[in-house]
Design a protein around this ligand. Structure first.
Ligand SMILES: Cc1ncc(C[n+]2csc(CCOP(=O)(O)OP(=O)(O)O)c2C)c(N)n1
Ligand SMILES: [Mg+2]
Length: 321
């Protein structure tokens, strides 16, 4: 798949934005200023960006508890997200959602989700809407290896199959559900499960942005052509604990350091595009600098922003149709 210079720069900038956002939150969470739970996506950037950069605002995605990367990849604003994570009134959801409930319907981001396996059924609804109204949109569910064992996920694969929906199921297989290894908890294979519901499954190296991008292009084209759902089984790894504060005693000593040094998706992207002379170091360095400034600004802004007021407790309780 050929990508032009602008696409490559956008991909790099989005991956770097996610990395910087997450590395910074890791530091900030430790100060105790951020309320609630935070699950970081660092290490998995190529998956969200390789897929979402091929979607429009009309296409829907449903995310997980590890949702910052999906939001940023789908074009959700950094400042609105940061304010939301800090629980500020100026946050995307008025400071009432926090990290695990960021949503931005204007970007087709249906929401992060604290319910493991909660995203796939939502995506069946969005994909059914697209099919019935003939909008040409597709819908993508991100879910983890742990979520792949939830009944909701398997029921969604079945619905997408019988209704021939423009849906894409992305299993982000980072090898763990909290501290439980997928080698212990996942029976059979993701590809076998997809085949059982009559849909193709692409096995993808999630450390390789271009592999994700190519597989997503095939699945998106199939969905847009009305040919039905697909699965992407993306093997990747998270760099931080399951949640911020996780002591991570279940990972082998040196496991993450080795991954960072040898397989990092952003370093690999950078090496590939510079060796092929598609982008040069100056382009990439200036993207790094812009990203650092943007995150710095967003954190400072969020820290100084007002919290919701008491009166805000009584808004957003009911939806008027
Ligand atoms: C229905 C439900 N069961 C259990 C939990 C507790 N829980 C939160 S995250 C998680 C593990 C999810 O693992 P996985 O789907 O592999 O995603 P990852 O954290 O690896 O990205 C569990 C069990 C939950 N939030 N919802
Ligand atoms: Mg997992």
């Amino acid at each position: 798949m050929q990508m032009n210079r602008e696409d490559l720069l956008q991909a790099y900038r989005r991956m770097r934005t996610i990395r910087e956002f997450e590395e910074r939150l890791h530091l900030e969470f430790a100060t105790g200023e951020i309320p609630g739970f935070v699950h970081l996506y660092a290490g998995e950037e190529a998956c969200a960006v390789g897929i979402c950069m091929q979607l429009t605002d009309r296409d829907a995605i449903a995310s997980t508890h590890r949702g910052h990367g999906h939001c940023l990849a789908k074009g959700v604003e950094v400042a609105g997200m940061m304010n939301e994570i800090y629980g500020r009134k100026s946050g995307l959801c008025g400071g009432k959602g926090g990290s695990m409930h960021i949503a931005d319907l204007s970007k087709g981001m249906l929401g992060a989700n604290g319910i493991v396996g909660g995203g796939p059924p939502l995506i069946c609804g969005a994909a059914l809407t697209a099919k019935v109204l003939k909008t040409g949109a597709v819908a993508v569910a991100f879910f983890g290896d742990g979520a792949s064992n939830q009944g909701t996920t398997l029921e969604s694969l079945n619905l997408a199959s019988i209704w021939n929906l423009p849906a894409i199921f992305v299993c982000e297989d980072n090898g763990y559900a909290e501290s439980t290894s997928s080698a212990y908890s996942v029976g059979g294979s993701q590809a076998g499960r997809a085949a059982g519901f009559g849909m193709p499954c692409h096995e993808v190296d999630g450390f390789d942005f271009f592999a994700v991008h190519d597989a997503a292009a095939t699945a998106i084209a199939r969905a847009r052509a009305g040919e039905g759902p697909s699965m992407l089984h993306v093997r990747l790894s998270r760099y931080f604990g399951h949640f911020e504060g996780d002591a991570t005693t279940y990972r082998a000593p040196g496991e993450v350091e080795r991954l960072r040094a040898e397989r990092d998706c952003i370093a690999r992207f950078r090496k590939r595009v510079t060796e092929a002379a598609l982008l040069d170091d100056a382009d990439l360095d200036s993207a790094d600098e812009a990203v650092t400034g943007e995150i710095e600004h967003a954190v400072a802004d969020a820290k100084n922003a007002p919290l919701p007021s008491e009166a805000d407790l009584l808004t957003d309780v009911y939806v008027a149709y």
